[in-house]
Design a protein around this ligand. Structure first.
Ligand code: ATP
Length: 297
C-alpha cells in the first residue's frame, strides 16, 4: 500500500474567524507550497468510511465572504483519485477563492474540506501568478520549497514529472513563459501531495504549450493524483477534464463530465453547455456580457 492508498483524511473545518495558514503567504497569491501537517494547528481525522477512499477530495458547504461581500455561499463537490476536476465560471465568481480554501491558504467561514492524508503533504498549489526568484536555478528553487514544506524536494524526480529534468541548473529567470508555468506545476508536486490545486495553469500560453500543459496535468492525474484546476479554456477542459464544476452565484451549479453537459443541454459546444448554468444578473440563464471568457478553442 502506498502512502496515497491510506484511507485517512484530513478535515479542515469551518474557519470561525481563524487566521490564514500558509507559510510565506503575503499578498494572497503566494505560490508557496502548503504544509498543513507542519502547521500542526488543524484537526486530522481518520476517515470513517473506507468505501469512500476513492473520494480524495470532499468539499462540503464551504462559504467565504470578504467583508460584507459573499463570494462563496455554499460550495459542495467531491473529486475522485486519478481524475481532473475543472472549475469554470465567470470572472469574479470565486474560483481562486475556492481553490485557496481547498489549498488551506484561506479559512472558510463555514463548511469543510477533506483531503487524503497520504504523502508528505496533503495538497500542492499553483497560484494564478506564481512568482519565483529569477536568479535561482530550478534545482535551488525546488530545494527552497522543499525546506519550506519540510519535505525532501527530490528535484530530479519532480522536474521529470513535467519534462524539465534537462534544465535543472538553468536560472528560473531564463525560462520561457510556458516552462515557467510547467515549473510552477512541478513546485506544486514537491512532497508528492495526492491532491493538486492549479489556478489557471495554462492561461496566456500559446496553443501548443497549452496542449502540452494539459497533457502534463492529465499525466499527473493518471498516476493517481486528484487535480482540481480553474480555467477559462474550455478546450483544455474538454481534453483533460473528467468533471466540469460550474461555479456561479456562490455555488456549484452543476458537476458533470463534458460530454454529459453537452448532452444534457443539447449543446454542440462546451461553451454553450456551460453557459446554460450561469445566471445573468437579471436572473436569466445567460452569460454575463463581458465577464465570461470561456472558449472552445
Ligand atoms: N482578499 C480579498 N479581499 C477582498 N475581496 C476579495 C479578495 N479576494 C477575492 N476577492 C473578491 O472575491 C471575488 C471573487 O474573486 P476570485 O478571484 O475568487 O474570482 P475568480 O473566479 O477566480 O476570478 P477570475 O476568473 O477573474 O480569476 C471578487 O469580487 C474579488 O474581488
Amino acid at each position: 500500500m502506498t502512502d496515497r492508498d491510506r484511507p485517512t483524511t484530513e478535515t479542515v473545518s469551518s474557519g470561525d474567524g481563524t487566521t490564514e495558514r500558509a507559510p510565506g503567504e503575503d499578498d494572497g497569491d503566494s505560490d508557496a507550497p502548503v504544509d498543513r501537517e507542519a502547521d500542526g494547528d488543524e484537526p486530522v481525522e481518520e476517515a470513517g468510511d473506507p468505501d469512500g477512499a476513492d473520494e480524495a477530495l470532499v468539499v462540503d458547504g464551504v462559504a467565504r465572504s470578504f467583508g460584507d461581500v459573499s463570494v462563496l455561499s455554499s460550495v459542495s463537490f467531491a473529486a475522485q483519485r486519478g481524475t481532473v476536476a475543472c472549475l469554470v465560471g465567470p470572472n469574479g465568481s470565486g474560483k481562486t477563492t475556492l481553490l485557496r480554501v481547498v489549498a488551506g491558504l484561506l479559512a472558510p467561514d463555514a463548511g469543510s474540506v477533506s483531503l487524503p492524508a497520504g504523502g508528505d503533504r496533503a495538497v500542492g498549489y499553483l497560484a494564478q501568478t506564481p512568482a519565483f526568484r529569477p536568479q535561482f536555478t530550478l534545482a535551488e528553487t525546488l530545494a527552497f520549497y522543499g525546506d519550506l514544506a519540510g519535505v525532501d524536494a527530490e528535484p530530479a524526480a519532480v522536474l521529470e514529472r513535467v519534462g524539465l529534468e534537462a534544465v535543472a541548473d538553468r536560472r528560473v529567470g531564463a525560462l520561457s513563459g510556458g516552462m515557467t508555468r510547467l515549473f510552477g506545476i512541478a513546485v506544486a508536486t514537491v512532497g508528492d501531495p495526492p491532491v493538486l490545486v492549479l489556478d489557471e495553469p495554462s492561461s496566456g500560453l500559446d496553443p501548443t504549450m497549452t496542449e502540452h500543459v494539459g497533457s502534463v496535468v492529465r499525466g499527473l492525474a493518471d498516476e493517481g493524483r486528484t487535480v482540481l484546476l480553474a480555467t477559462h479554456e474550455l478546450g483544455t477542459v474538454d481534453r483533460v477534464g473528467d468533471t466540469v464544476l460550474v461555479l456561479d452565484d456562490g455555488a456549484i451549479q452543476v458537476a458533470a463530465p463534458p460530454d454529459e453537459l453537452r448532452r444534457e443541454t443539447g449543446s454542440e459546444t462546451l461553451t454553450h453547455a456551460v453557459n446554460q448554468y450561469i445566471h445573468g444578473e437579471d436572473g436569466d440563464l445567460t452569460v454575463r456580457a463581458g465577464t465570461w471568457e470561456g472558449t472552445d478553442e
